[in-house]
Write a protein that binds this ligand. Structure first.
Ligand code: ATP
Length: 577
């Protein structure tokens, strides 16, 4: 025979909405009866919630136990609906106000309600989201009933306190009681069949002596913690811009970006580059991430620009992924060729969120933004001097312009709130307009160069799990003589079978380096510069790709025309690391 505890609770809320629920609690299951819904009354006022207390209960032994209760409640419901129908609403209001006054006078407790939706807004209120995240992280473990959800794009189930569940939190000696409530708002579209709408809220109840503490310290603590939990739990995303033809116009506005989960495994630990330079970048990123107050104090928008330049396969994209993983930011991969005008660019930018990295890869190839173009535009401008209103002529061609991009970086960006990083990558730094990459826009210029010995050691550790080997000495010498990108080094180190044959992989790399060195020497021969044979070999390698000369030099100045000087510089830099 089933024995169960039975508890009858009548909750009243006056007006509007005006509900009375009767809860029948049996262990973890409970049934609720909404006394205020005429529809519920007509179907015996039963609204089953949770657990096994479902329709088949009528046929089971469990159901018979409830039968007497149902009939009593049905009578109560009927009586209550009659009273409701005949009670004038003025009297109802009056009674409600009276009840509130009496309660306020006798109750020592204060209640703060955080509604799911702020007034006149469809979006969930930030305070509600923060409270939910805070309670999930701190108090959900103590709750008897939880609600599981799989947030958009995440593969981790999130647990939140369920409706009508109460959890208690403690803060500096104060006892704080949270309750998640769900109410049904009736909209009498058709009088006999009211449409009901769910409204959720968190109610925080505490003794009135803690009021000052709650207002000054506890609520800010909940907000800050809740936001931090949200950031920790969020699934980072990689966004790409849609072409304007696909923007559409849904309920949430145009979809200008599409996203996928960002799952690149690269980190600074696995990135092959000079350790000192790497540390410099990590320090810079840390300074930026924690620099909110600093940026505000010096009156600067909380943003930072990085220019990554270097030959193909030297790890520019890998570096971006490492930065995003380090900062825990989203990445917006902006494909400029898909953007038709400066107006579209502005729109795309406005739709980005904080804590994000906006990337424009191969900026020199994405769009015609070079110095040459600028010069020709200057000439165009001269021709159109007598048309002062025509100051954005390029936009009329339906293209993104240099000025559009500069505005994007400086103007709107500053107005859009902070914590954004913008990164340009290029294989040809010297082709870019100086205005685009000046400090203040691209604050840090990072050269990604050919593989140095320190970089090789990182790759050897990543790919083969070795820190030392007898071939390391020879590899060091060959790397100092030969240019090989980290991508090529990594490819040679990649084992061809599950059983990592370290000797074979390192041997393969030595062979490839010797081959590259021989090819470089052969390519050097036809050139006239023959003062120093050693120098010539390196120098002709540079000549082969004249445009790259400034990129492969170690410094940030790309204006020098002296090939020999550059070659020497490059070699010194490589030797350094
Ligand atoms: N510095 C590096 N550290 C670790 N791995 C690297 C590095 N550089 C390149 N790699 C490896 O080579 C592959 C290609 O590198 P990546 O795409 O980052 O080069 P890139 O400089 O962006 O090239 P491109 O200029 O052609 O876009 C990466 O997937 C990575 O495995």
């Amino acid at each position: 025979m089933l024995t169960f505890s039975f508890c009858l609770r009548i909750l009243t809320r006056f007006p509007p909405p005006n509900y009375i629920y009767i809860y029948l609690v049996h262990r973890d299951d409970f049934a609720s009866i909404n006394l205020t819904s005429p529809t519920s009354v007509m179907i015996m006022g039963l609204e089953m919630v949770g657990g096994d207390a479902d329709v088949p209960a009528y046929d089971s032994g469990f159901g018979y136990g409830w039968a007497g209760v149902w009939s009593t409640l049905a009578s109560l419901l009927f009586l209550w609906s009659m009273v409701q129908d005949h009670l004038p609403f003025q009297l109802e209001d009056h009674l409600a106000a009276l009840a509130r006054r009496v309660l306020a006078a006798v109750s020592p407790y204060v209640t703060i309600t955080i509604d799911e939706h702020a007034a006149d807004s469809f979006a969930r209120s930030e305070a509600y989201r923060a409270a939910e995240a805070y309670l999930s992280a701190t108090c959900a473990g103590r709750a008897a009933r939880l609600r599981a959800d799989l947030p958009d794009g995440s593969d981790r189930v999130s647990l939140a306190v369920d409706d009508h569940v109460e959890v208690v939190d403690g803060f500096r000696g104060a006892r704080l009681c949270w309750r998640k409530t769900k109410t049904l708002r009736r909209t009498n579209v058709i009088a006999w069949n009211p449409r009901e709408e769910e409204r959720r809220a968190y109610r925080l109840t505490f003794h009135r002596r803690h009021r000052a503490l709650v207002e000054a310290a506890y609520l800010p603590h909940v907000l800050a913690e809740g936001r931090a939990v949200t950031v920790r739990n969020r699934q980072r995303r990689l966004f790409t811009n849609n072409t304007s033809g696909d923007w559409g116009g849904g309920e949430d506005g145009p979809r200008v970006w599409s996203h996928v989960k960002l799952e690149h495994p690269s980190t600074f630990a696995t990135l092959a580059m000079d350790p000192a330079r790497k540390q410099e970048i990590v320090d810079d990123l840390e300074m930026f991430r924690d620099g909110k107050e600093y940026y505000a104090s010096v009156g600067k928008a909380w943003k930072r620009g990085y220019l990554l330049f270097g030959p193909p396969g030297t790890g520019k994209s890998t570096m971006i992924a490492a930065m995003a993983n380090f900062l825990d930011y989203d990445v917006y991969d902006l494909e400029l060729t898909a953007v038709k005008s400066n107006t579209e660019l502005r729109r795309l930018f406005i739709e980005t969120t904080g804590k994000s990295i906006i990337v424009i890869e191969d900026i020199d190839c994405s769009i015609d933004l070079t110095g040459k173009r600028k010069k020709s535009n200057k000439n165009d401008k001269k021709k159109k001097k007598n048309m002062p209103w025509d100051n954005d002529e390029e936009d009329k061609d339906g293209k993104v312009t240099l000025s559009g991009l500069l505005n994007f970086i400086d103007g709107l960006w500053s107005a859009c709130g902070g914590e954004r990083i913008i990164i340009f990558t290029t294989n040809h730094k010297e082709k870019l307009d100086p205005a685009l990459i000046r400090r203040g826009r691209m604050d840090m210029h990072i050269e990604m160069s050919y593989c140095c010995f320190e970089g090789f050691k990182v790759l050897a550790n990543n790919y083969l799990g070795v820190a030392e080997h007898e071939l390391f000495g020879e590899i060091r010498r060959l790397l100092e003589e030969t240019d090989m990108s980290p991508a090529d080094v990594a490819e040679n180190l990649m084992p061809r079978s599950k059983k990592k044959d370290v000797d074979a992989c390192l041997g393969k790399l030595v062979k490839a380096l010797k081959e590259a060195s021989r090819e470089a020497a052969l390519a050097a021969k036809p050139l006239p510069l023959n003062k120093d044979e050693d120098k010539d070999e390196e120098g002709t390698d540079e000549d082969e790709d004249d445009d790259n000369s400034s990129i492969t030099s170690s410094g940030h100045d790309s204006d020098s025309d002296d090939e020999e000087e550059k070659t020497t510089k490059k070699r010194e830099a490589k030797k350094k690391g």
